[in-house]
Write a protein of this length. Structure first.
Length: 160
């Protein structure tokens, strides 16, 4: 990846491009679990919770941040609640850049931990998260049934 990549906060104008990216990873079960008919990526959510990767004016990835719970006792944790890179840009450093920006953003918000959940069938995502310093903290065994098979949901996190 060269210097043309820009990571910025999303705006409402990004809605259509982000909706196009939010299709999941073929072969992981992700599309059948999370893909849904919807007219808007943001819905009633706040665009500023989403980081956008832009390359030469094209949106090529996103990462949405949130909190795992609304509890004050859990406010030190920021969670990744959505993450996707355009298929043609996978393996080029876009995901790595988004994760680094997510860590920086979470630190600025006062977080001491960044967490996520990922399906055990999504080996590519697990490798990206591991390379970014995330470690496995837990396994929700058979949390989903995808195509008739039980699939574990992994909990991963990195200390900030």
């Amino acid at each position: 990846m060269d210097g043309r990549l820009n990571v910025r906060t999303a705006t409402p104008r990004d809605d259509a491009a982000l909706l196009d990216l939010d299709v999941g990873e073929p072969g992981t079960g992700f599309p059948s679990v999370f893909a849904r008919e919807r007219a808007s990526f943001f819905g009633t959510g706040d665009p500023s919770a989403t980081l956008v990767a832009e390359l030469e004016g094209d949106v090529v990835g996103y990462l949405r941040l949130g909190h795992p719970t609304p509890l004050a006792e859990n406010a030190h944790v920021v969670s990744i609640e959505g993450f996707s890179v355009a298929g043609s840009r996978r393996g080029t450093g876009v995901g790595r850049a988004l994760l680094e920006h997510a860590k920086s953003t979470a630190r600025r918000r006062g977080a001491t931990k960044l967490s996520l959940r990922v399906l055990s069938t999504n080996a590519r995502a697990i490798a990206v998260y591991t390379a970014a310093g995330f470690t496995l903290e837990g396994v929700l065994v058979a949390e989903f049934v995808i195509d008739g098979r039980p699939v574990d949901d992994l909990i991963m996190a990195v200390a900030l």
